[in-house]
Design a protein around this ligand. Structure first.
Ligand code: AMP
Ligand code: ZN
Length: 471
């Protein structure tokens, strides 16, 4: 599989360290609010990546954190802990908020067929791991203690801006406007590994540490949780593009300084879901959730298809019109699958050809829009329906659009409607008309058609024979 690597700015052939196991880490949600559909775009595309790797024959171990402490209002370590903001907003404890929004996140993932990672670890579970890493960084002179906090010293690095060579102004993306400069920092880009002092003294969750009672910085969580479950060498680290700087840049700085060697080979960044006013974000307050889409009558699968129709390295613009188009496309796709008849034997050679086309779309830097086209190609293919159904079921292991179940539902509904409308007398008249036509008794055929018309029944001639419906 070729994947674009944010580290090299190139598409590279993916080669895991261990051919038998791909180690994948994903930045998890900050659970102070519902995930919005922008966040979920990132999780959908990461889910497809994991499934595409599995489809290609790899074993994958995927780990994700749950950020329940340390993610401050600004990604550049200033402001209040987002969890505390959420707790105050709802007049609940931080742990109650964390539990509630973690459950809500996984409920949304279930609705969107996003598989739960093999390991899900709340940040508050790993305090000893952070203390161990911070201690070593201090011992080796990569970190310093100032004004009550422990900072990573970015001047010890050969290169800090690992993802790009832009100037500092361009890289201020993760740093919100209006946040004060921290005067304890020796260098502008130094970041907090452990806080004991903050202007926000009502921080709810604190732990004892060699540097005083405090709490971890956000970036250290992902480094430690990844190493705890995946060891010193990571194959793929994934996240939204806004995480590249400063979050992932800082993760690399501290992880590689701690380990003394390269940590992760491939960085997979999903670009943003935007609205007409810019990036959808939780902190802006106005955002769309899966539940809201459902309330408006959308099947969450329409949103998944909407995401799959575009490449993960392009910004995706959300509008209701775009979602309507995806919903309609989904409905039509399912209806076409429902019309396929599971008869005959699967043509293995034809199936292998269809699969190859699908796999080559995934292998081309996870080109999901081409993979969606591969679904339509199956419907148009010159093979029997059993083969088409086998191909679609196979592809849906990766696309996870519920295609087979949704088609079955349509078939069942159609059968129920037919049963509800069944009328043996009308069936007999339609059969008599068919016979009359066969006998070239046109007068009789017309008479029956007129009689049915008078009774409010319309005959529809189809390649499968005459059908009728009430008008
Ligand atoms: P958070 O819960 O804020 O920590 O974000 C969870 C994930 O969603 C991270 O990987 C972010 O990079 C990603 N993300 C945030 N906003 C968007 C957006 N508008 N579109 C796509 N991904 C996003
Ligand atoms: Zn992270």
């Amino acid at each position: 599989m070729y994947l674009y690597n944010s580290l090299s700015h190139k598409k590279e052939l993916f080669v895991p360290n261990d051919p038998d196991l791909v180690k994948m880490y994903t930045c998890g949600p900050t659970v102070y609010h519902y995930a919005h559909i922008g966040n979920l775009r990132t999780y959908i595309m990461e889910d497809v990546l994991e499934k595409a790797l599995r489809y290609s024959g790899y074993n994958v171990k995927r780990v994700m954190n749950i950020t329940d402490v340390g993610h401050l209002a600004s990604d550049a370590d200033t402001g209040e802990d987002k969890m505390l903001k959420g707790a105050r907003r709802e007049n609940k404890s931080v742990m109650d908020i964390a539990r509630f929004y973690t459950d809500a996140f996984f409920a949304d993932c279930d609705k969107l067929n996003i598989k739960r990672p093999d390991v899900v670890e709340p940040a508050t579970n790993c305090i000893d791991n952070y203390i161990e890493m911070v201690s070593k960084l201090l011992e080796t002179g990569k970190a310093y203690f100032a004004g009550g906090n422990v900072y990573f010293d970015t001047s010890t690095l050969e290169k800090y801006y690992v993802f790009n060579d832009h100037d500092e102004e361009d890289l201020a993306v993760g740093v919100r406007e209006g946040v004060e400069e921290d005067t304890n920092k020796r260098n502008k880009n130094d970041f907090v590994l452990w806080f004991t002092k903050s202007k926000f003294e009502d921080q709810a969750l604190k732990w004892d540490s060699p540097w005083g009672v405090g709490y971890p910085g956000w970036h250290i969580e992902c480094s430690c949780i990844s190493m705890k479950h995946l060891g010193e060498y990571l194959d793929i680290h994934a996240g939204g593009i806004d995480n590249a700087f400063p979050h992932h840049t800082n993760e690399i700085a501290q992880s590689e300084s701690y380990l003394g060697h390269k940590w992760c080979n491939y960085w997979f960044h999903v670009h943003h879901l935007n609205t007409d006013t810019g990036k959808m974000s939780k902190s802006k307050g106005e955002f769309l959730t899966v539940s809201l889409l459902e309330q408006k009558g959308y099947d969450p699968m329409a949103y998944r298809l909407f995401c799959l129709q575009s490449h993960y390295r392009r910004n995706l613009v959300f509008s209701w019109e775009n979602l309507d188009n995806a919903a309609l496309a989904y409905e039509k796709l399912v209806a076409k699958i429902a019309a396929l008849k599971p008869e005959g034997a699967v043509d293995e050679a034809a199936l292998a050809q269809l699969k190859e086309r699908f796999l080559s779309a995934l292998n081309a830097d996870l080109n999901t829009s081409l993979a969606v086209t591969a679904l339509y190609d199956v419907l148009k293919a010159k093979c029997n329906d059993a083969t088409k159904l086998a191909a679609l079921a196979d592809f849906d292991q990766v696309m996870s659009l519920n295609l087979m179940a949704a088609a079955e539902k349509v078939r069942k509904k159609q059968a129920e409607e037919e049963a509800a409308n069944a009328d043996p007398e009308i069936d007999a008249l339609v059969a008599a008309r068919t016979q009359a036509k066969k006998d070239k008794n046109w007068a009789e055929a017309d008479r029956i058609r007129d009689e049915l018309k008078a009774r409010g029944i319309e005959i529809i001639d189809t390649p499968q024979g005459a059908k009728w419906r009430k008008v």
